[in-house]
Design a protein around this ligand. Structure first.
Ligand code: ZN
Length: 185
């Protein structure tokens, strides 16, 4: 598997691999809406959200994943779950770029989302504690809570791992333009 030519590709270091052309091995690629990356990959110096070239320092992030069945343990004993999760989890480190505008946009959306959630909960408590019954106001508060939560979860989506196997991580949440710029398997 070879890499697509990329003028902005990051340089290769001893510890990590950003370019598979020399070894004939592909280190990151797309498949549908997912990014696949080998442990230690350095993605191109383009924002993973908007695909714009960025001079921002690349960020090395450790992604962790474990089979979701282990989450059941959390329901019974969260402390044991945390210990077990550290043992059974798989890890893959990937270095990528996120441009300043996307960072700022994320910060604004997260701030607005948190404020919306807090305001909705506060107004809901005030409404529920009021002597006269106000179902419409209560419903609006719940609606505000849901909208704020969705705003944070959908608009401000992180890139998150959904599966790790053989030191290859599958990541969702990258922008479409960025994914299309990568080679496909
Ligand atoms: Zn961006």
């Amino acid at each position: 598997m070879g890499l697509e030519p990329d003028p902005h590709a990051a340089t290769k270091t001893n510890a990590t691999i950003s370019d598979g052309k020399k070894t004939g091995t592909k280190h990151f690629w797309r498949k549908g809406p997912m990014l696949f990356a080998r442990h230690g990959s350095i993605l191109p110096s383009r924002c993973v959200k908007c695909n714009h070239f960025t001079t921002e320092p690349l960020k090395r992030q450790s992604f962790y994943w474990h089979p979701s069945a282990w989450n059941l343990l959390y329901l019974f004993t969260p402390i044991v779950y945390r210990l077990v999760a550290k043992i059974v989890r798989r890890q893959a480190d990937v270095t990528f770029a996120l441009c300043q505008p996307c960072r700022r946009k994320r910060l604004i959306v997260v701030s607005v989302g948190y404020l919306g959630i807090l305001a909705s909960l506060f107004m809901l408590m005030v409404t529920l504690n009021a002597r006269d019954d106000k179902p419409t106001e209560s419903l609006l508060c719940v609606l505000g809570f849901v909208i704020s939560f969705v705003l944070m979860k959908v608009v401000c989506r992180r890139i998150i791992p959904v599966y790790i196997e053989d030191s290859i991580v599958r990541v969702k949440g990258c922008g479409k333009a960025f994914l299309l710029s990568l080679g496909e398997v």
